[in-house]
Design a protein around this ligand. Structure first.
Ligand SMILES: Nc1ncnc2c1ncn2[C@@H]1O[C@H](COP(=O)(O)OP(=O)(O)O)[C@@H](O)[C@H]1O
Ligand SMILES: [Mg+2]
Length: 396
């Protein structure tokens, strides 16, 4: 900023006031990496990715940043050749990750299937980051996803003034990935209307994307592949056509196998989220995390962990992802409104919100679980009281 100088004659010139642009007076795409609310995997784990790639002497498929074996290490955790620790991103069966990575090295695309919250999106992002160094070539599938989002669209101003030309064409993320030879991601594939889904068939089988308006085509270069995710629960919304299904290798991501695995996932994600949100530090509350995971697993499976008591399952999924949100929300409560220690009362409201999706049926399921299971359990007295208070509207 320069000081306003006094002009001859004593008049003070008005300093030029910057006119805010439509983008809120910041150039598009200029946020400093440390200010970004959620960095992409390749930004957040740039150090690990670089160390793995540098120390990797195994053969790499064309265009890959590292070998398939290094990609698996990146996902499951371990150590790079120079000793850089690699944090586990995914907790689950090694074989399953190996199959997923091996698929990407073939000419078949990868479909990650599973119930909500089983880390399909998460795994897809990390695979793209490790294989191509770029997880952002992504199409979000919804009921309204148009064909242009998968193939290409037009800049209408240019189209009208110049007619169809390469400069007027707006490439989709899939088209960009085909040209660069990298991974394209399609999220929630089965939410996309069937006819739009089918625009992937030529791309995946012929590895080409015709552009009839320009009398040309974009041929995929080596390294191009697609990772799609789809939700078990959407089955029947828009069935994957058999023609398309044949182009995918399907890997089903399971719910965490054991209580311990799930506690580990929640604890590590909560720690990472807490630091990226700059929440005041709250000591790791393994006790409370265990409790949330126990409640979620028991309600999900319909039986208590000792197998003795049957419980009814509520309508929601009660996924690991929701357990992560409940604990993160609890930590924010404890940090800002509590005594800095995660207590039963900090997670009780979050649990109620996750369990009771249908205000009548789920509320009955929750009350029954509370009275039959929580109330009777040793060491759960405070939690029982906190939950009762929330149900009765006495929380806080
Ligand atoms: N097995 C797992 N290993 C590591 N993280 C997991 C696992 N299951 C769930 N998560 C966590 O759950 C969160 C949500 O996962 P997400 O990929 O959005 O689920 P989906 O796309 O399957 O609905 C992520 O933050 C992820 O870290
Ligand atoms: Mg998802």
């Amino acid at each position: 900023m320069s000081e306003p100088t006094t002009a001859p004659g004593g008049a003070v010139p008005v300093p030029a006031v910057p006119v805010p642009a439509a983008t809120g007076d910041l150039p598009l795409g200029a946020a400093a990496p440390e200010e970004v609310l959620r960095p992409h995997a390749e930004q957040a784990y740039a150090g690990e990715l670089a160390a793995l790639a540098a120390g990797d002497d195994r053969p790499r498929p064309p265009q890959w940043r590292m070998s398939p074996s290094a990609v698996v290490t990146y996902l499951l955790g371990g150590e790079a050749a120079d000793g850089t620790p690699v944090t586990p991103k995914y907790v689950g069966p090694r074989r399953l990750v190996e199959v997923a990575v091996a698929t990407l090295a073939t000419d078949r695309a990868l479909l990650l299937l599973g119930v909500p919250g089983t880390a399909k999106t998460w795994v897809s992002e990390h695979l793209a980051a490790a294989v191509s160094g770029d997880s952002t070539l992504m199409v979000q599938g919804t009921a309204g996803t148009p064909e242009e989002a998968i193939r290409y669209g037009w800049n209408y101003a240019r189209l009208l003034s110049e007619g169809p030309s390469p400069a007027a064409l707006v490439a989709s993320p899939v088209m960009v990935a085909m040209r660069r030879g990298s991974v394209a991601r399609v999220e929630e594939l089965t939410r996309i209307p069937s006819d739009v889904q089918d625009s992937l068939i030529t791309i995946l089988s012929e590895k080409t994307l015709p552009v009839p308006e320009l009398g040309t085509e974009v041929q995929a270069t080596r390294g191009f592949t697609v990772i799609a995710t789809a939700n078990n629960r959407d089955r029947g919304v828009n069935e994957l056509s058999s023609a398309l299904r044949r182009r995918f290798n399907t890997v089903v991501l399971p719910l965490p196998a054991s209580h311990e695995d799930e506690v580990e996932i929640v604890a590590s994600r909560v720690a990472r989220l807490g630091s990226s949100l700059d929440l005041p530090p709250v000591p790791p509350a393994v006790e409370e995390i265990r409790r949330v995971v126990t409640v979620f697993r028991e309600l999900r499976s319909g039986t208590t962990e000792d197998g003795r008591t049957a419980v009814k399952s509520p309508s929601g999924t009660l996924s690991t992802a929701e357990a992560i949100s409940v604990v993160t929300g609890g930590i924010a409560l404890a940090a800002h409104f509590g005594d800095g220690v995660l207590r039963p009362s900090d997670v009780a409201a979050g649990i109620l919100g996750a369990v009771v999706q249908d205000p009548v049926a789920d509320a009955a399921v929750w009350t029954e679980y509370l009275e039959a299971v929580v109330r009777e359990r040793d060491g759960w007295e405070d939690f029982y009281r906190a939950c009762r208070d929330v149900v009765a509207g006495r929380a806080g």
